[in-house]
Design a protein around this ligand. Structure first.
Ligand SMILES: [Mg+2]
Length: 225
């Protein structure tokens, strides 16, 4: 009998990263209004994101509303986004899956992004107590430790592991989420979301998910639970 260990990604797997971004834009709006009376920056940022811009979004929006801004002000804007208390909620099927599996099987979370920002998301979603191990990949040593770096997956195995464990990784992003699970003999599951920050059709070498589902409610069916 193998023992199921269920490991989730966070962003766009358990909640919508767009909702986090919009929440961050609103925090930036409050900050910019309080400091300089600037209005409309959240609206512009939302439009940029919705039209597919990601990399230069902050620079362009800030340049439009405060062309004379200093580097320190820009760093502050980025910090506001990363450290604000986000207004986000679990996807319905994520809430269902957590309730279904919590306490039944060991559960873990592996998430990329600056640690403070990812911690704020976990706090806002109030999910930490459901997980036996949460790995913030950034804590390994910054961006280099983001997925697919094996550090976080090894940490999960060390914490939750047993020789008969069957690890399952559930994520959204085939460009990074499934390479290492596939290499380590884990089961990889992609959940497809209608709207994601990262494209869902980009697949890394060796990163093809073994299962693709449209809702986490399909998990018991494919895992034989
Ligand atoms: Mg994700």
């Amino acid at each position: 009998m193998t023992r199921l260990c269920l490991i989730f990604d966070l962003d766009d797997t358990l909640y919508s990263e767009h909702e986090f971004a919009y929440s961050g834009f609103r925090a930036i709006e409050r900050w910019a209004y309080g400091k300089w009376g600037i209005e409309g920056i959240a609206h512009d940022m939302k439009q940029m994101l919705d039209s597919g811009m990601l990399g230069k979004l902050f620079q362009e929006a800030f340049a439009k509303h405060r062309p004379e801004h200093s580097e320190e002000e820009f760093a502050e804007l980025r910090d506001i986004y990363r450290t604000h208390d986000p207004e986000i909620a679990l996807f319905d099927d994520a809430q269902w899956a957590i309730a279904h599996f919590a306490g039944q099987v060991p559960m873990g979370l592996i998430t990329d992004g600056t640690t403070e920002m990812q911690q704020a998301k976990v706090r806002a979603l109030d999910i930490a107590h459901h997980f036996d191990k949460i790995v913030f990949t950034h804590e390994g040593g910054g961006r280099d430790f983001h997925k697919p770096h094996p550090w976080s997956y090894e940490a999960i195995e060390a914490e939750l592991g047993s020789t008969d464990a069957r690890y399952v990784y559930v994520g959204d992003n085939a460009a990074k989420d499934f390479v290492t699970p596939n290499l380590r003999g884990w089961t990889s599951v992609q959940v497809r979301r209608p709207k994601t920050i990262h494209r869902q059709d980009v697949i890394a070498d060796g990163g093809t998910p073994q299962h693709v589902i449209n809702s986490l409610r399909e998990l018991p069916g494919i895992l034989g639970d």
